[in-house]
Design a protein around this ligand. Structure first.
Ligand code: ATP
Ligand code: MG
Ligand code: MG
Ligand code: MG
Length: 583
């Protein structure tokens, strides 16, 4: 049955809601798809629910096509299973907890590994039952620290989560690939521009893991990709090699600063803030400049000696970078008091050489203009009797000699081929990973193998952000006038707009609607008698159904107008061929 604008539970808004910053959030509220209840919690109005259902249908069809079976777990869950896997505690503040009248702890499920594992344990006991893939499309709860952008990061949201159960690793690989292929089909059908990137398994544990990121300039995830070999990874998951050792001779002198006899850490920080303020206004701090600092001491004869100041965990890395052993001692390069004032450095080291003995005379240093976010250089004047210091600050290195996740930047070496990486942003739409035996072990999910021996099952876990997809598609499909849905997700296939007060117009619009419906199309019919044509057109554009049919003045001459919402193209078509032209 057609949705009728005369009675549809809908009020469109002309203004953007004050709390909405991104277009999908603004437009979904303005066009009457969703309403906010509290931060990150939304009501689905009739139009929004239609779109959500269409996303669900696509996801369901592709899950069913790989033989996954749908079931539905409760959202309200007892504490015990989550206690057994350690996640009751691990989840911290992200989980909604509640207590029943008997004092028993519960939670609102943020994800359902435990329940799926226990269900299989409950019902299955033989290798003959495997492989198995089961899934649900269900409401999840996470008390996100920063719910944002409407449906993009909700505290209540809809997720499809599926889980695979196999006897061995080869089986898991196969289940994983089946899901991966299904995800490709799902995201192709949803009409996303997306990339598949290596990912971190996160709170779910496990090993092999990939994310499907919808490319979006305002996405919360940053990924790097290599244009040479195709490697792509979320910055959370990538480790790139530490760049080559600091080339002290390449540091040009630029901005000369006279300093007190002994420059302190704070003096250096002050100079950084004066001469090289960060683009985003955040001040440099001692932690920025002295975490993994490389000091290049330039002797009066011009020879340069690299020193390192760092934290214990970074020592091996710095030794590697410096090609020399560093002293595991607290040595005050700039004055004992300064180290005391910076507790993180108190357990640090410096070496080789002892700077303290060399710093008796007055030091001048230069600040190099190549300072950028997270990188600071301080260069001293190379004058007789004076020492020159280069400080290269900033990036966090791990003990295995790679740059820590998130610290990775444009231009860093691709871990696969060494070519330069480039970074971009995206929205996490799907996440697949091989859990392995973590949950099966914690909850003792075993089956008998063909030799009658008990074997622990290996699992995969696969999620799609169903409600996030609604926002994400809106984010990528809109213009100045409103939403522009791809056909597969629009709340209706055709928006029939009857203009004017002429009974014949409305009668024909009704007839056309019936004919379109008889051919399987879903129709949104604007049959309002009071609204002006201008209001109706504006609403149609805001709502964003892909084909708009205007029944109005032309009807007397036997024509109606067809408008393509995306291209804006309009044309008159004869009433006689209207249905064929529209569909
Ligand atoms: P994010 O990194 O965005 O916080 P996540 O890695 O915590 O997501 P998963 O646990 O992998 O999310 O959940 C599977 C999918 O559920 C995600 O890929 C995403 O599409 C969706 N999702 C996760 N959190 C939210 C949320 N707060 N609101 C809407 N969708 C979400
Ligand atoms: Mg999260
Ligand atoms: Mg994530
Ligand atoms: Mg994830």
């Amino acid at each position: 049955m057609a949705m009728r604008m005369s009675s549809l539970f809908l009020r469109t808004l002309r203004e953007n809601p004050a709390d909405a910053e991104v277009p999908s959030h603004q437009l979904l509220v303005r066009a009457g798809y969703i309403r906010r209840v509290s931060p990150g919690i939304y009501t689905w109005l009739p139009l929004g629910l239609k779109v959500l259902r269409r996303v669900e249908t696509i996801v369901r069809e592709e899950m069913d096509a790989i033989g996954a079976q749908e079931l539905l777990f409760p959202a309200l869950l007892p504490r015990e299973p989550y206690e057994q896997t350690g996640r009751w505690g691990e989840y911290g503040e992200n989980v909604f907890r509640l207590v029943d009248r008997k004092g028993a702890d519960h939670l609102l499920g943020p994800t359902h590994e435990e329940m799926f594992t226990l269900a299989v344990k409950d019902l299955y006991s033989s290798y003959k039952d495997l492989p198995l893939s089961i899934y649900q499309i269900q409401t999840k709860y996470r008390d996100e620290a920063r719910p944002r952008a409407g449906l993009l990061r909700g505290r209540e949201f809809v997720m499809k989560d599926s889980y695979s159960f196999d006897l061995d690793d080869a089986g898991l690989d196969k289940s994983y690939e089946l899901h991966r292929d299904a995800y490709v089909r799902i995201f192709d059908r949803l009409g996303f521009h997306y990339v598949i990137v290596q990912a971190m398994a996160g709170a779910m544990g496990g090993s092999k893991s990939e994310e499907f990121l919808a490319t979006a300039a305002n996405g919360e995830d940053t990924y790097v990709r290599c244009t040479s070999c195709g490697f792509a990874a979320n910055v959370e998951a990538v480790r790139v090699p530490v760049p080559d050792a600091v080339d002290a001779s390449a540091v040009p002198a630029a901005h000369v600063e006279d300093t007190p006899d002994t420059p302190t850490i704070d003096t250096l920080v002050d100079h950084l803030n004066d001469a090289f303020p960060r683009a985003d206004g955040r001040p440099w701090t001692a932690a920025d400049t002295l975490k993994n600092v490389v000091v290049v001491l330039v002797h009066p004869d011009g020879t340069r000696e690299p020193l390192a100041i760092g934290l214990p965990g970074d020592r091996e890395v710095d030794e590697k970078r410096l090609g020399a052993q560093v002293e595991p001692a607290v040595v005050d390069a700039f004055g004992e008091a300064d180290f005391a004032a910076h507790p993180t450095l108190a357990k640090g080291y410096i070496g080789p050489g002892v700077l303290g003995a060399e710093r008796a005379s007055g030091i001048r240093y230069l600040l190099d203009p190549r300072v950028s976010e997270g990188t600071a250089w301080v260069t001293g004047a190379d004058e007789p009797g004076h020492h020159v210091l280069d400080l290269v600050a900033g990036r966090d290195f791990t003990a295995d000699g790679t740059i820590e996740a998130a610290e990775v930047r444009d231009g860093d070496a691709c871990p696969a081929c060494g070519h330069g990486l480039e970074s971009a942003r995206g929205i996490e739409m799907g996440h697949i990973f091989q859990l392995g035996r973590k949950y099966a072990e914690a909850l003792d999910l075993t089956v008998l193998d063909e030799n009658g021996k008990l074997r622990t099952v290996t699992m995969g876990s696969y999620g799609v952000g169903v409600s996030r997809a609604v926002a994400c598609v809106a984010e990528g499909n809109h213009d100045d006038l409103g939403l522009v849905w791809p056909r597969a997700l629009a709340p209706a296939d055709v928006h029939v707009v009857a203009t004017g007060k002429d009974d014949a117009v409305l009668a024909y619009a009704e007839e056309l609607t019936r004919e379109l419906e008889a051919r399987g199309a879903e129709v949104l019919l604007d049959d309002r008698r009071q609204a002006s044509p201008g209001v109706k057109f504006k609403d149609a554009e805001l709502i964003g159904v892909p084909t708009i049919v205007v029944v109005g003045r032309g009807l007397a001459e036997g024509t109606i107008e067809l408008k393509d919402r995306r291209s804006g193209e309009r044309r008159d078509v004869a009433v006689a061929s209207a249905v064929d032209e529209v569909l």
